[in-house]
Structures are given as C-alpha cells and as structure tokens.
Design a protein around this ligand. Structure first.
Ligand SMILES: NC(=O)c1ccc[n+]([C@@H]2O[C@H](COP(=O)([O-])OP(=O)(O)OC[C@H]3O[C@@H](n4cnc5c(N)ncnc54)[C@H](OP(=O)(O)O)[C@@H]3O)[C@@H](O)[C@H]2O)c1
Length: 334
C-alpha cells in the first residue's frame, strides 16, 4: 500500500473501543482518515482522538460505502454478525473482537505472537480470540514448540472489566454497599468469586470455558486435551490464570524459564524469595503477558504449573487487534 490506510473503529464508545483509541494513539498507528462508529444512541456525539474532535457516526449498511481499508469491531456479536460481512463485501478487512466469527473455518483466529501467518488467508474477517485465551496462547506457544503439549488445565480469575461497563458498575456498587441492583452478574461480585462467566451450556461448562477449550484447539493444536474452570473475581482490571500443563517431553525448569524469557510478548516475574510474581494491578495498563510461579507439577510426568497475568482489555482485546492490523499493513506493503 503506497498510502496510509483509512480505518474505522466500530463500538468506539465502549470499554474496548475507547482502549482501541488509546492504543492507536500510543503506538502512533498510521492512518489517513479515521471514522468513529457506534449505535444510534451515540450518533452525533463527539469524541477526541489525537487532539482532534470526531463526530460519532451511527453504524448502518452504508457506513462502508466510503473507502475504508481496516475496521476494528468491538460492538458485540450480533452487530458483528450483521455488519462484518457487509464491510468485507466492500473490500474492508474487519478485525473483530466479538465471539461471532472465531470458530468459523473461513476466519483466521489470530494472536500475533503465536500464529501471525494465519492473517494472510483472511477473506475479509479476522477474529481476535477471547481475552482469557489470548494470554494463555502467548504463554503456551513456546512450550508447544519446544516440548509438545499433551494436556492443559485452565483455572482463571477474571476481572470485571471483561463484562464491560456493567461489570465495572456491579463491583463499584458492591464495594459501596449497594448490591441490590445488579447489572452484569447473577450474584454480588464484591467479596465473592463467581464460577460463572457467560451462560451455561448443555454440557455443564460455561460458554467462556468452552471458548478457551475450542480456541486453544483452533490456534495451537486440536489434539491437545483441554479443560477449564473460569471464575469472575472482584478485580477491576487484568485476568489471572493458573495453567497446569502436561508436556510430551521431559524438561529442566531452568530451560523453561529461559524459554519464556526469550519468547515474544512475555515478561517473567518469578522470584518468590522476594515475593515477586505477576499481579493483576501491576499488569493493568500494559501490553505484555506476565508469567511467574513457574514450578514442576510433581503429580505427573512432565507436569508444569504457571501463573499467567495480562490486561484483558489491552492484550486481551484492543492491543491484540491493533497488532493484527499492524501486521496487515506490513503484509499489504510486501
Ligand atoms: N471487555 C472485554 O474484556 C472484552 C474483551 C474481548 C472482547 N470483547 C468484546 O468486545 C465487544 C465490546 O465489549 P465492551 O466490553 O467494549 O462493551 P461495551 O463497553 O458495552 O461497549 C459496546 C460498544 O458497542 C456499541 N454498540 C452496541 N450496539 C451497537 C450497534 N447496534 N451498532 C453499533 N454499535 C453498537 C456501543 O455503542 P453505544 O455506546 O452507542 O451503545 C459501544 O460502543 C463485545 O463483543 C465483547 O464481547 C470484550
């Protein structure tokens, strides 16, 4: 491409959308024109980006009649279901944050540190994985390459910002002693851990748990045995995950630590003698995936336990999508 791309941010007023704008600005993402889109509710309102005011447009069937190269969608599954194909049919490449297209065989599901090569076979829509999956993939990819992975057990401790504005409100209200009007959850979140993220499916797992299982298969390897328990905890930002891994080959712990240290997107924080391990509050506002508590699982051969923390709105959503868009631009230039 011998010019800067035109981009659209769909869902620009939301928790993820506003982080898109922050990250685009921080990374000095190149663009010629940028269009801010949301629902009819926000149409006509103004928002400021890079010191300039933009008027928010209502997303309609005609929003992509103008020349747009890349659209970053974070406006929910039904919006993506309807509008992403319309955009793609007009030559726009959509990077979608909803779960709508993730398991579609025609749609690449991408974490740039893990499977950037899949970006190239897109047919107009590229899916961003679920926030809890993204950070797990960054951690597991080097292990898969070096040792092979047999089985993974995920136990997650997920922040309320993963439920958008409503989740944040439930925790804020709960901390203020007002638990009677819940917006996001079935039970008060303040002072609680809710083993219930997204809806329950017929097999007893929640949709969030099935997303982690299915997306791990699509991104890493369908032969890996995976199980998950996902839990919402009273934390505002950053998801924490205990990941138990059974590797194919034997390993030395010090080699695993070195492997993580030398892998893209990872920062190792593992010095228990000094109480150093990844913490949600420290990860908030950053783009890396933090790994600590790296230790052998003595209960099985080639077993490993790790603690993995990342900002769910940045690496788990906005940053990952923008990294995909950056790679798209590079591919267009090649
Ligand atoms: N929060 C996370 O950790 C996270 C992580 C990964 C992916 N996601 C996904 O990202 C999406 C947005 O999540 P969020 O947390 O940012 O939600 P949110 O704060 O509730 O924001 C929703 C955004 O979508 C817009 N929108 C809603 N209906 C629309 C429509 N019919 N047409 C155009 N725009 C519409 C809203 O615009 P108005 O302000 O005009 O209503 C708003 O900008 C969801 O699909 C979610 O699953 C979220």
């Amino acid at each position: 491409m011998n010019r800067k791309p035109n981009i659209a941010v769909v869902g620009a007023t939301g928790v993820v959308g506003s982080t898109f704008l922050k990250v685009l600005e921080e990374r000095d993402f190149p663009f010629e024109n940028i269009y801010m889109m949301a629902s009819a509710k926000s149409a006509g309102k103004k928002l400021t980006f890079k010191g300039k005011e933009y008027i928010i447009e209502e997303l309609t069937e005609h929003s992509f009649d103008k020349p747009i190269d890349i659209a970053l969608f974070s406006a929910g599954g039904s919006t993506s279901e309807k509008f992403a194909p319309i955009a793609a049919s007009k030559g726009v490449i959509v990077v979608d944050n909803s779960s709508q297209w993730r398991m579609d065989k025609e749609v690449p599901l991408v974490v740039p540190e893990v499977n950037p090569e899949d970006i190239k076979w897109n047919k107009g829509i590229i899916a961003n994985p679920n926030c809890s999956t993204i950070q797990a993939m960054v951690a597991l990819k080097p292990l898969q390459e070096k040792y092979g992975i047999k089985r993974v057990v995920y136990s997650t401790y997920q922040a309320v910002s993963g439920s958008g504005v409503k989740g944040i409100n439930d925790l804020k209200n709960g901390l203020a002693g007002k638990d009677d009007e819940l917006q996001a959850y079935a039970h008060p979140i303040a002072g609680n851990c809710l083993p219930h993220i997204d809806v329950f499916t017929d097999n007893g797992y929640t949709k969030e748990e099935m997303k982690m299982i299915n997306e791990t298969h699509k991104i890493l390897d369908e032969n890996i045995k995976v199980t998950a328990t996902t839990v919402r905890v009273p934390v505002f930002d950053s998801h924490s995950e205990s990941i138990n891994v059974e590797l194919e080959k034997p390993f030395e712990l010090k080699d695993v630590v070195e492997l993580f240290k030398n892998s893209p997107g990872i920062i190792v924080q593992d010095d228990v003698a000094n109480n150093v391990y990844p913490l949600a509050r420290d990860a908030a506002g950053t783009d890396e995936v933090y790994i600590g508590r790296i230790r052998r699982d003595f209960s099985l051969d080639n077993g490993l336990n790790i603690w993995v923390v990342a900002d769910n709105i940045r690496k788990g959503a906005a940053t990952n999508a923008i990294q995909i868009a950056e790679q798209l631009i590079k591919d267009m230039d090649d």
